[in-house]
Design a protein around this ligand. Sequence first.
Ligand SMILES: Nc1nc(=O)c2c([nH]1)NC[C@@H]1CN(c3ccc(C(=O)N[C@@H](CCC(=O)O)C(=O)O)cc3)C=[N+]21
Length: 281
Amino acid sequence: MAKLINGKEISQQIKDELKEKVSALKAQGKNICLAVIQVGNDPASSVYVGNKKKACAYIGIESRAFELPEETTEEELLSIIKDLNEDDGVHGILVQLPVPKHINEEKIINAISPKKDVDGFHPESVGSLCIGRPGFVSCTPAGIIQLLKRSEIDIEGKHCVVIGRSNIVGKPMALLMLRENATVTICHSRTKNLKEICKEADILIVAIGKPKMIDASYVKDGATVIDVGIHRDANNKLCGDVDFASVEPVAGAITPVPGGVGPMTIAMLMNNCVEAAEREE
Ligand SMILES: Nc1nc(=O)c2c([nH]1)NC[C@@H]1CN(c3ccc(C(=O)N[C@@H](CCC(=O)O)C(=O)O)cc3)C=[N+]21
């Protein structure tokens, strides 16, 4: 039976640590503010944005919400970002993705000042991570590192297999594991012998976006399995990319969905906001 990696509990720990830091900053007269922009009203996005606002309120970070209609133009959004870039009272800017199809996502990401890029999506942030310079790190992969460290799972020298090569999860995840001295393999939809490679993993990080695709036949006995996926199944229940019931008996440690990686993403977003304010000095 696998040890359950409790993301809800660990994210709570991190939020409590941040809450203390924020009150110390407040005592020095420093107020931290995150601007959260949502274009349109995709219900999943609304849930995530709501969770982010709640986390801000808990920690003592001011959240400035922009709920923009679906028809908002790219120019309008860029103009709001420009104003927020220039606003000294704002430390972090988050544009919830995905944005509607008529808006160019890349242009929006590039418009956010790297100093306020608490998502870590800007090319300068990604480049900094790649060459080991300070900068904001994408929240989901950063949260997974915290999950592993705080669960006392060794990374150094271990074979880590990441399934998925997106710019916001797979690629930064591989870079972070490399920084922690793991031996890293990146797999994706065109990988030919996926199962054989996964079976070699000491740490298997799954971010493929296919509900319950990874079952026990992909997992080495005692491996750590991290599930980044989040889907709703036929009964409207949340599930991940990993078939939890199948994998749990063979894994050494495993994250659940919900209550695994998701809450960590938000905790690390809060961490990046506090860092943004601290770096300002
Ligand atoms: N600019 C931007 N930054 C993001 O960080 C970003 C984004 N866009 N777009 C969408 C993804 C997804 N994401 C999640 C955040 C929290 C949970 C979360 O709180 N999950 C809970 C369950 C939530 C539920 O009930 O649905 C859990 O897993 O326990 C999940 C997913 C942030 N993202």
